[in-house]
Design a protein around this ligand. Structure first.
Ligand code: 5CA
Length: 437
């Protein structure tokens, strides 16, 4: 794409109402625009990043055998009355009436709806286990929406649901998802640590929040610094391996505020290894057995003949929140660098354009077409601006690789820069290789 042609409404000044750097950056480079309190439009640049995150989440869900589907945003209140959560959920739930006066709601989560779908279709243990997920907008009428898309009212979530015949099998599904989350966040360039967490309005007795460290995070966390050194590559989906993985994580103290036990923390973690920090919750997994299947009468035939409520878990990832989380983790000293896996473009070409130098732009256009032929997603900054203004702008846009066409370029070798490193001179072939690897 040509920078002059894309919809990229850059702001000159720092938005005064944005308190944290991800919110500021997203407004400054036109990734999002607020439409009303806690509700945002996703502009092309922001949408592109979010879609890349969504695809990685999707691939990793599919990889553990979860099946994608799509449930609606608007749900009937009836099933929520059956589970008893219609009243419990309180003011966070946006309640609506249709023209017939039927009570509806904008889904804040989908345990009830998925259970209703499941109970009408699956009748026997022979069809278990199952794992279903969708990636869909949610609405929660937060008391105080803040920090842009980090805590907003309408947000994009991947929510998965597992169905098993026994408690033991269900814990196996939980472990699979735990493993999948570690892989997902690592592909997004994040070190997300699973922490024992409270189950809140979702319920159940087993739950982990996946948290990335960030000063601007809203969760207080208490952990052992050695948990960050666990090498998860050695684990796989084999149940034995998954158990070992869970055991290794459990061997280090890691808890959020609500689960924090000062005594246990001080006994289990050496003073010098203790981390008390703030973090951002990017994912949350729950095991709640028959909390929904029982009241909603979601029963299957057991091997032994009797009917039993199916054992369920649910697993969320804040897909839209992750955009902000990745910025918090990678935007330092006014320089953003997207992880390659989610960068809005693979590379940007920045030619020095002025009246006396038509050559730079011509060279840039040639390189642009060459890279496009290789299916490299390239942005060409064809704006008539001085180089220092261009560099400042690209510091914010954060594409990790740049080709700078200026006085230092030679006939067949160009200045290639990975953000945060020194520029080097490379041929176009070498650049293609670097990007493709
Ligand atoms: N049904 C369960 C799991 S599917 C559930 O809803 N879990 S949750 O409440 O923890 O939400 C899942 C993830 O959505 C959170 O980890 C967080 O990353 C994201 N999220 C939750 N509330 C918001 C919000 N107000 N704004 C942005 N993201 C949010």
């Amino acid at each position: 794409m040509l920078l002059s042609k894309i919809f990229l409404p850059l702001l000159k000044d720092l938005p005064s109402d944005a308190k944290i750097k991800s919110h500021q950056l997203m407004l400054r480079i036109g990734m999002i625009k607020q439409s009303s309190a806690g509700i945002y439009s996703w502009l092309p640049l922001g949408f592109k990043v979010m879609k890349k995150i969504e695809n990685i989440v999707r691939q990793e869900q599919n990889d553990i055998g979860a099946q994608e589907m799509l449930m609606p945003t608007i749900q009937s209140a009836d099933i929520w009355k059956e589970s008893g959560r219609y009243d419990d959920y309180g003011d966070e739930m946006l309640r609506i009436k249709d023209r017939q006066g039927r009570e509806m709601l904008y889904g804040p989560t989908n345990e009830e709806l998925i259970t209703e779908i499941f109970r009408s279709s699956i009748k026997s243990y022979k069809s278990l286990p199952q794992m279903l997920y969708h990636i869909q907008w949610k609405f929660r009428d937060e008391v105080r929406p803040r920090f842009g898309i980090m805590r907003c009212r309408e947000f994009y979530m991947k929510d998965a649901y597992s169905f098993d015949i026994s408690d033991e099998a269900a814990r196996g599904s939980y472990n699979k998802m735990f493993y999948s989350y570690l892989k997902t966040f690592s592909r997004l360039g994040l070190k997300a640590i699973p922490m024992a967490a409270d189950t809140g309005p979702i319920g159940g007795d087993l739950s982990h929040e996946f948290i990335i460290l960030a000063d601007t995070g809203e969760s207080n966390i208490y952990t052992d610094k050695n948990i960050f050194n666990i090498n998860t590559d050695k684990y796989d989906l084999n149940p034995k391996s998954l158990n070992e993985m869970r055991n290794e994580f459990s061997s280090f103290y890691a808890a959020t505020d609500e689960k924090f036990d000062k005594n246990e923390f001080n006994t289990r973690v050496k003073k010098e290894d203790q981390i008390l920090a703030k973090g951002i919750e990017v994912g949350h997994i729950f095991y709640f057995g028959d909390k929904y299947s029982k009241p909603l009468n979601c029963l299957v035939d057991h091997q032994e003949g009797k009917k039993v409520p199916v054992k369920m878990g649910s697993y969320g990832i804040g897909v839209s929140r992750l955009v902000g989380g990745i910025i918090e983790a990678n935007f330092q000293n006014e320089v953003m660098k997207w992880p390659k896996s989610v960068s809005p473009y693979d590379i940007v070409i920045i030619p020095n354009i002025n009246k006396n130098n038509k050559q730079s732009l011509e060279t840039a256009i040639k390189i642009y077409h060459e890279l496009k032929k290789q299916k490299i997603d390239v942005l060409l900054d064809d704006m008539d601006e001085n180089m220092s203004a261009k560099f400042k702008k690209h510091d914010l846009i954060g594409i990790p690789y740049q080709i700078i066409i200026g006085s230092r370029s030679e006939v067949n070798r160009f200045e290639f820069k990975e953000v945060g490193k020194d520029a080097i001179l490379l041929s176009l072939e070498e650049i293609k290789e670097k990007i493709k690897n």
